[in-house]
Design a protein around this ligand. Sequence first.
Ligand SMILES: Nc1ncnc2c1ncn2[C@@H]1O[C@H](COP(=O)(O)OP(=O)(O)OP(=O)(O)O)[C@@H](O)[C@H]1O
Ligand SMILES: [Mg+2]
Length: 382
Amino acid sequence: MASVTLKDLTKDFKEIIAVNKVNLEIRDKEFLVLVGPSGCGKTTALRMIAGLEEVTSGEILIEDRLVNDVSPKDRDIAMVFQNYALYPHMSVYDNMSFGLRLKRTPRKAPWPFNSQRTFSKKEISRRVNEAAKLLGLENLLQRKPKALSGGQRQRVALGRAIVREPKVFLMDEPLSNLDAKLRVQTRAELIKLHRRLGITTIYVTHDQTEAMTMGDRIAVLSTGVVQQCDTPLNLYNHPANIFVAGFIGSPAMNFIPVQLKQEDGKIWVNASSFRVALNSAQTEMAKPYLDKSCVFGVRPEDIYDCNLPGLVTPTDENTFNALVDVVEPLGNDVELYLNMDSIQLIAMIDSRTAAKMGEEMRLSIDMDKTHLFDKESERAIY
Ligand SMILES: Nc1ncnc2c1ncn2[C@@H]1O[C@H](COP(=O)(O)OP(=O)(O)OP(=O)(O)O)[C@@H](O)[C@H]1O
Ligand SMILES: [Mg+2]
């Protein structure tokens, strides 16, 4: 078991800084998810930790040991790649044990007598059978990959990493080749597997749902820079900036460019016909931004139909009118696309709503759940 520490980790590809001064401390046994849009540097960061990519500057420590110059095979790390490939001519057993069979220690004798198996046949068999049991592959060990489903192949690729019994798992979008249903299923299996093995894991994905459901903590990456690293709920409830607020949550948070005005001892958030008042705690934090431009954030699930009994009691301070542009029933909820002058909003409303396309309706906002950002720095004000 091991912790992984990244100190100012940087990768410069000349034309682009793929990873920019990343500082992260991944605790022993932790499942840390590295999430961000395509090209933000996730794979590059992982490849540096694995030793497959040279570090431009900064430090990588595994359990207090600086590993910048340690070769990949001596880092005690197993990586599951974005585009894993199984050997098509080998059985599942041979695919899983391949890495162990290959690992030999040199002796003072001419080739081919100069190497010795590090792992005995018995040890290899123990590890493969244990991993196969863990992954539900016991009955498939003699099959070739072409006779497996996508999900089973995926599990073989995982098995190949598990038999190494590494200190750290690195996983680069290991579920990206699976269809939606299988992905959800395998996701749950991976979480259970991690709970059982307790191996420190760094898991890369660009899918925020995957990040939210799997991670003990999530590090959100954008253009090579860590924007915020925290538990899923803290990221959702307290995003540090507009990027994180827009990335975590689905459908994404609505952002409205607003001006703050003081009236009757209250701070009002104004954008043309849209006008709501901050609660008292929010007012304190927003005071320095009076008469300035800010960005108001509200999640679709925190908007309510005033005609339905809900969590929010509609008042002058938390309601607004909007024109219904599109109604998308999703079963439990209805997704509404709303227009207010030039502002567009998405709301997730209880399916009992009578909202109709082209009609005006009155909506309320759970003000306690809203967010306000500095327009310049894009950092959260509250
Ligand atoms: N060998 C390389 N030479 C030059 N640029 C590279 C190299 N490898 C990656 N990059 C660039 O570095 C940036 C980060 O790439 P990386 O593969 O780490 O992104 P990613 O977050 O894994 O994206 P994805 O979600 O698409 O896999 C990209 O702009 C990419 O074009
Ligand atoms: Mg990648």
